[in-house]
Design a protein around this ligand. Sequence first.
Ligand code: PMP
Length: 403
Amino acid sequence: PSFFEQVQGAPADVIFALTSSYKADTDAQKVNLGVGAYRTEEGKPWVLPVVKKADHIIVEDDNLDHEYLPILGLEPFRKAAVKLILGANSKAITEGRAGAAQCISGTGAVYTGAHFLSKHYPVKGAACYISKPTWANHRAIFEGVGMQVLEYPYWDPATKGLDLKGMLGTMQSAPNGSIFLIHPCAHNPTGVDPTNDQWRQIADTMEAKGHFPFFDCAYQGFASGSLDKDAYSVRYFVERGFEMFIAQSFSKNFGLYSERAGNLTVVARSVEVKNKIESQIAKAQRAVISNPPAYGSRIVSLVLNNETLYGEWEQNLSTMANRIIDMRKVLYDELVKLGTPGTWNHIVDQIGMFSFTGLTAPQVKVLKEKYHVYLTDNGRISMAGLNSKNVKYFAQAVDFVVR
Ligand code: PMP
């Protein structure tokens, strides 16, 4: 017998299983609105032109080798990532209180931060609060490092917007010094972000309760098309004097999904504390991955540290963000034209890769079985999967299932 006869099989990942079903579907009209990856108007993956350029520069650079990177990663990448999220003039940078660790993309950055907190967070038994709903990996990661995970209200099904009252209520009733996992922009899966005034109220409450903000930033620049606008909440919290972690992913905004380029930015109260945190993260990182991968971080570093390439990147970001924003408008117009029952303005009000449509699990089932449209059971659609060739078809399918 095997050592492992007693092992229970684990369920397949929902998103990746959805992609497999989509691939196996032979219907010509099939539409994949599951996975959060950008698609062009032709429904194809997009290698950003600026990434292609950086690629060529790297390939032709005879001075590059395949030696190990330092444990905390490529220095110019880390510096540039911190500057990107905090802003070049951030007081956390000028005061030397901002640290960084290159990680295995956004997932690795969340893990690295969570792992550090599980070992060193000073409030005994503190729980990590995640939004309801959130990216499924948040719970998996924090539970994986042995922390208790609780939820704060976020989505209000009645308004199809933010449940600010519920969110602030939970922040108020949570024990002092709790950890709050926050999406700074383009909330996944709802596409609902707080307004600037709501961020102020969230910061007021978190400050009064001494909570620790852990931002998970997977869509900077990809949401609105503006890198600064999408970083507003993080910079506002820094301005208010919070210590915090920020997980950064370059999967979406650079289209570098498989290259696993990410960073954990650490904003500490002092240079000394920052250095201690970095040293502990380095020690932990050594035992998990030894050193982060070079390729993706070299591309990101080249672009972020070169004015011309940076400008081209901003244009590429606008291309992606604007196509998605356009698709929201087209989908909304189609639904209104069809007189589809219900209100649909949330489709255009929401931001980023995803829209939380309000479609129910039974409706999603019909979409899949009758229309070959693939989306998660919670009614989330990846806007990037829509284009001018399939958006009408999708609107008609939605119209059918809600009637
Ligand atoms: N956080 C959120 C909220 C996300 O949506 C994603 C991407 N799906 C990530 C983190 C990290 O993705 P990656 O590891 O590919 O950077």
